[in-house]
Structure formats: C-alpha cells, structure tokens
Design a protein around this ligand. Structure first.
Ligand SMILES: [Zn+2]
Length: 320
C-alpha cells in the first residue's frame, strides 16, 4: 500500500451523522484512534458514500473517520500520548491528544454502542476485542455483556479476545507495587471501548488486520455493515456467516523487567505457546516463560523497563 502525504486540517474533527426518523440504537464508528491505522478510515469513508443512497430503519450512526488527525498526518501511532490509554477529559489540556479527548469523550457519551476500528503490527488475521463478563468489581464493572457479546458474534470473526483491562489493571498493580506500593493506576488501560463501557454503553474494538494489509479496509467495511445490520439500523444487508469461534482470554501483561530483556522469537499475534516455552530472554538466558498452554498477543520488541513486551493469553470457552 503506497503511503500518500496526508494533510487533514488537525484543528478539528470530522464527524458525520445520519439519523433515522425512528428512534433506535445510537451507534458511533471510529477510525485512526492510532494515526498509522488507516483501514478504519478507508472503510468508514466508503460506508459514508454507501449510506448516502440508503434508508435508515431506526436509530442513528455517527462516523469519525480520523480521531487522531495530527498523528494520521504524520503516519504515527500518536503525537504526544496514546489516546487509547487513560482516556478522559482534561480540565487543563496540554497535549494534542488531551484536546482530542475533550471532544471525543463527550461525543462517546451521546451514543449507546461504539465500533472502534484498528489494525496491528504483526499478525495474519483480524479479530475482535470484547469487554468483560458482567461483574460489579472495581476494575471494570459491566452489565451489558449479553448485548455486546451478541454484536461481537454477529461480526462473524473467528477470533474473539477479552480480558484487556483486567490484565492491564493487574500489571499496573504489579508495577506500582514493585515501585514501592503506591496506589495502582488502573485507568492506564482505559481506551475508547473501556471509556464507553464506563459511561453505560457497550463497545467493540476490531483489529482489521496488519497495518499494511490491503484487505484491512474491506474487513473494516464488512464490520460496519454487520454492526448496522445487527442493530437494525440498516435492514436489508444479509448477516455474515458465523464461523466456529476461538475464544481467547488475555491472562497477563508481560512487563519488561531487565534492560537487556528481549522477546525470544519474532512473535506474531496468536502464535501458540506450550507451557514452559520461553517468551523473553536476556543475555544470561531465558527470562519469562509461558505459565500454561496459550498464545502471544500484541508483541512489542522495543520497550523500556516496566513497559509491556507482549500479552500472554489462554484459550477460553466463554463464546461457546
Ligand atoms: Zn490501534
């Protein structure tokens, strides 16, 4: 895919909304929360054109093709800060992302359902990130599991992953404890979908494929269409076929513990691990090992001590 120079005005967000005359679910679809992940942007723009000639049966759909405009122009993940970490409004905004958050957070609150489209660095196939099961715990209380999970299944993706905030919360607690027992900053793991759930909605992240996968925009488009159909906003698109689902629970964030610690292999998303397999190593030898049979998720080779090198995930029967 050829990278074209991008020069979107970065002092504002483009927000396009279609409202049915009949009440119904209020869906928001976002792209390029990470500026270098453009599959969602292309998919959203295609869907906006498609919907210009279509009726909406009920509800509304709002599109934000590019959330982090300045990072998008730069072809970077972020400008100053990752929008998908510690997302909240800022009374005294400092960074570019603080200003974006002050627009995107109130916008999310005006909706019931979020579909957030991303892409990833290393891996072969798209997958969906789902929220927690219903719970009243402190990290991510939630009571809309049934609706969220039904939408996730309607997307028709084989791989369904959950446990993001729980794993990050545990990692934050572990990290703070290692630094002297200060209170853990669980909100570090709060991104677009976690914010949406914290405000009473429900939300899915779809990782549409590898950043440069030419099929990514097509996947994103199919995800938007499936969501509009499932919610009854558009009624005449056929549902997607439903494959046998592989459920995966993110069990732990693997933090870099030593300066010379690196991933032990050129891992990709969903590479399989057997219990005891070496995940990270130092010059002295193996460092962290798989605690059980499972998978690698979101490997990141270049990180500093205390940062996440990857996630360890386990098979889950949650989705049947
Ligand atoms: Zn992303």
């Amino acid at each position: 895919m050829t990278a074209l120079p991008k020069s979107e005005p970065d002092s504002r967000l483009e927000i396009i909304q279609l409202r049915s005359l009949q009440p119904g679910p209020r869906l928001i679809v976002t792209g390029a929360v990470h500026g270098n992940e453009t599959a969602g942007t292309i998919a959203i723009r295609r869907m906006i054109e498609e919907l210009r000639n279509k009726d909406l049966a009920r509800g509304s759909v709002t599109f934000v093709p590019i959330v982090n405009v300045r990072a998008y122009n730069l072809g970077q993940r972020a400008v100053d800060a990752n929008l998908n970490r510690d997302l909240r409004e800022h009374a005294a905004p400092v960074t570019y992302e603080d200003h974006v958050a002050n627009v995107i957070c109130p916008l999310l609150r005006e909706h019931d359902v979020l579909l957030d489209l991303h892409s990833f660095r290393r891996g072969d196939f798209p997958f969906v990130l789902v929220g927690p099961v219903n719970n009243t715990g402190e990290i991510e209380p939630f009571n809309r599991q049934a609706e969220e999970q039904a939408l996730a299944l309607a997307l028709g993706l084989e791989h369904m992953v959950y446990g993001w905030l729980t794993a990050n919360g545990a990692a934050a607690i572990g990290r703070e404890a290692a630094l002297g027992g200060a209170p853990a900053n669980v909100s570090h793991g709060v991104g677009m979908t976690e914010y949406m759930r914290s405000q009473g909605g429900y939300a899915l992240t779809v990782e549409c494929g590898q950043h440069d996968d030419p099929n990514g925009p097509e996947v994103g488009y199919q995800m938007i269409a499936a969501t509009l159909g499932h919610l009854g906003i558009v009624t005449d698109w056929p549902p997607r076929p439903r494959p046998r689902v592989t459920g995966i629970r993110i069990a732990a964030a693997l933090l870099k513990q030593q300066e010379d610690e690196t991933l032990a292999a050129d891992f990709q998303n969903f590479d399989k691990l057997a219990a005891g397999d070496v995940i990270t190593q130092t010059r002295a030898g193996p460092a962290q090992r798989a605690p059980s049979d499972g998978y690698i998720l979101f490997p990141a080779q270049h990180s500093s001590v205390g940062d996440k090198m990857a996630y360890f995930a386990e098979p889950s029967a949650r989705f049947g």
